[in-house]
Write a protein that binds this ligand. Structure first.
Ligand SMILES: [Fe+2]
Ligand SMILES: [Fe+2]
Length: 382
């Protein structure tokens, strides 16, 4: 390549370099001192000398979360052709058309693009009005949670160290945005009134958004995402709700984020063991108990034992909390015993002839694919 060089004043260039160098030292020096005194300083945790965020590249985290998220990226237009989304690329649309052309006529009938009216008709055919209200109550609880997941994950972006972790959190922000807008349309397709946020869930979500530092990972990625993942696992095999399998896959990746992060950047001993932080974590968890009790009629309407669901969620939460080092006021084993006693006590008080049951060993995720995903995340716990 040939460039026609232009002349410039060498002395002026040298002077500009000297001035920039001196100003650089002064500005960064002042920022460094202010930072050490906790009076401000440089806002960005960015290391421009190494072209990296503070904490280094964290390539393994980037691969596990950013690369994998893009690899598994799904589009609402492909999965919910009846929705208002037009997010597929021209190539993806061409591929969908080619796949349709290659199908036999009987296959086409099954795969034909269903319109919004047809989807609503399918829901009316498959579910009674009470069942529709129950599904909407459960799904909208997660829908409201997705709004908070979007906010909490965005607030984590300046909080996490390293390029790989920031890339991972960025993908979570994008996926939560998608979850919120897509789930909202799916819930609205049921055409029943969408309930407000229940106060127990309000308390969990608000305390997660207000939590300090990495404890937001505990509130959101460990607790709320496990509840969401379990609900998606519960409903993904029901007619018209097949897309929830993809939500389940995304959420499973999100629940693994705190563990993958704390492997590289462990919580300090103080953050881990500090009695106030441990108590605050328990405070985030406790409203989940009345939440499940309040959801009992809706879960029962769909044939789901509420405390099997609650036990399965709490077991997974304890596993993830232990793994990432989010200590609670007592050991996870004694908390599990406590939850089991609360569930059984409630059942004894409200049901005739209740026989003690180990709800903490229950499993309510039933699809083949969703179960396989959870086995990978929770290992022996699932
Ligand atoms: Fe989500
Ligand atoms: Fe999530």
């Amino acid at each position: 390549m040939h460039f026609q060089k232009l002349p410039y004043n060498e002395r002026a260039a040298r002077a500009n370099r000297v001035v920039e160098d001196a100003t650089n030292r002064a500005v960064r020096g002042v920022d460094k001192v202010l930072g050490q005194m906790h009076l401000g300083g440089r806002a960005a945790e960015y290391d421009d000398e190494h072209y990296e965020f503070l904490g280094g590249p964290s390539d393994s985290m980037r691969r596990k979360h950013y690369d994998r998220s893009l690899h598994l990226l799904w589009k609402a237009e492909q999965m919910l052709p009846w929705s208002t989304f037009h997010d597929a690329t021209d190539d993806e649309r061409a591929l969908m058309e080619m796949a349709e052309k290659a199908m036999r006529d009987d296959e086409k009938v099954q795969r034909d693009r269903i319109t919004s009216a047809e989807f609503r008709a399918l829901l009316n055919r498959e579910y009674t009005p009470d069942q529709k209200r129950a599904i909407v109550a459960i799904l909208s609880a997660i829908g409201h949670g997705e709004a908070y997941a979007w906010l909490v994950s965005a607030s984590m972006l300046p909080e996490v160290k390293s390029t790989g972790a920031k890339a991972a959190v960025t993908m979570q922000v994008m996926e939560e945005a998608k979850h919120f807008v897509v789930l909202r349309e799916l819930v609205q397709a049921f055409e029943v009134e969408v309930p407000r946020l229940q106060v127990w869930e309000y308390l969990i979500l608000e305390s997660s958004l207000k939590a300090r530092g990495l404890d937001r990972f505990f509130g959101m990625n460990v607790l709320i995402e496990t509840i969401a993942l379990s609900i998606f696992g519960l409903l993904a095999d029901k007619p018209g709700l097949e897309v929830l399998r993809l939500f389940h896959l995304d959420e499973s990746r999100h629940t693994a984020l705190p563990y993958n992060y704390t492997k590289e950047f462990p919580l300090t001993r103080w953050d881990r063991r500090n009695p106030v932080r441990r108590l605050r974590r328990l405070q985030m968890v406790l409203p989940a108990l009345p939440f499940v009790m309040r959801m009992e009629p809706e879960l029962c309407e769909l044939g789901i034992e509420p405390f099997d669901f609650a036990g399965s969620v709490m077991r997974k939460v304890m596993t993830l909390a232990d793994r990432a080092g989010f200590d609670l006021p007592t050991s996870s084993a004694s908390l599990a015993r406590f939850f089991n006693e609360v569930f059984n006590g409630y059942c004894r008080a409200t049901r005739d002839g209740h026989v003690w049951k180990d709800f903490m060993r229950a499993e309510t995720t039933n699809g083949v694919e969703t179960s396989a995903v959870e086995r990978e995340i929770f290992g022996a716990a699932s």
